[in-house]
Design a protein around this ligand. Structure first.
Ligand SMILES: [Zn+2]
Length: 328
């Protein structure tokens, strides 16, 4: 039964994969499982896959998922931590409305469930266990399909009225490129993977040469994943280089503006593209930031996330430790 084990579960629910881990009391990973996120169906299918991933991670750790002390879930969309519901998770299939993800997993596995925003959860993991553990304040920049963010002040996440940290929608150019959010000129309109793919397709359709889509088909993908962008760079693909330079310019501008407001001790770059390409572009992003930073003589520290693609799931294991707003 729940609580038999002193181990906890954590699940990172992403647009392409569901990563589950089981950690021991010290936070060491004892088991893990990664499953693809369903691309059709609806929230119930995603929830079933979440449960399967958790069972797989528990099995890998040599125990039954029902004996875990609790499980935390980092989810995209609008997360209501108090009720366990997730709404408008638009990167997930058929998930426009509200669905009680927390309740579903709790009923299926029979253990307490806590749920939080995916980027908040990943940033908190870096604060507790990763690149920001020595710092009081931090700005997390999660560079992936979109560009998410997390603001850490005095070692606590700043939520605002619930939507703080949307750094991807800092305006870097008035009346600029169309953003997936429906507005114009946001940082994400230049740096988000979804926007970059749209731009790449437009250029390709106009006859511009690129390996990007050949690589995508060759590797059996239906979108330009972070790995495909990396491979294209390794092939010296000019369009990929150009679009990433454009992304870096937008990131540097937006992140520097956020730093001018918050003056954090450290900027942490994570997310799918951040994990893949962060080291490669860290210097270029900092150089671009320098153009706009008020404290350019004394810039904040800059680090790539230390926990990498397990960070979200590890961060989710920290949810529900008693300092959260209710766990369903
Ligand atoms: Zn936007």
């Amino acid at each position: 039964m729940a609580g038999d084990s002193d181990k906890r579960g954590g699940i990172d629910l992403g647009g392409t994969k569901i990563q589950a881990v089981v950690v021991d009391r010290g936070g060491e990973v004892a088991g893990q499982e990664k499953l693809p996120t369903p691309t059709d169906g609806g929230p119930e299918d995603v929830a079933e896959q979440l449960v399967a991933a958790l069972r797989g991670a528990a099995d890998d750790a040599g125990l039954d998922a029902g004996s875990l002390e609790r499980v935390g879930i980092g989810s995209p969309g609008d997360v209501d931590a108090a009720t366990g519901t997730v709404s408008a998770a638009r990167n997930l299939p058929g998930w426009e409305d509200s669905f009680n993800l927390g309740g579903h997993v709790r009923d299926a596995v029979g253990i307490p469930v806590a749920i939080g925003n995916d980027v908040d959860v990943a940033v908190r993991a870096e604060v507790e266990l990763g690149a920001a553990r020595e710092h009081r304040s931090a700005l997390g920049v999660w560079w992936g399909t979109g560009v998410g963010g997390g603001v850490v002040i005095d070692r606590g996440l700043w939520h605002g009225r619930g939507a703080a940290g949307e750094i991807g929608h800092m305006v870097v150019k008035r009346d600029g490129a169309h953003c997936p959010c429906g507005r114009r000129g946001c940082m994400e309109a230049y740096a988000g993977r979804k926007a970059m793919e749209k731009r790449a397709r437009e250029e390709h359709d106009k006859g511009r040469h690129t390996h990007l889509f050949k690589l995508m088909h060759h590797h059996g993908r239906d979108r330009l994943t972070s790995g495909i962008w990396e491979r294209a760079l390794d092939h010296g693909d000019e369009l990929a280089e150009e679009l990433l330079d454009r992304a870096v310019e937008a990131l540097g501008t937006g992140v520097a503006s956020a730093c001018n407001l918050l003056d954090p001790e450290v900027v942490i770059l994570g997310g799918g593209l951040g994990d893949r390409l962060g080291s490669r572009y860290a210097e270029a992003i900092q150089a671009e930031m320098g153009e706009h930073l008020f404290t350019d003589q004394d810039p904040p520290a800059f680090a790539v996330s230390e926990l990498g693609d397990l960070g979200g799931a590890i961060g989710a294991t920290l949810l529900g430790a008693g300092d959260e707003e209710g766990s369903p």
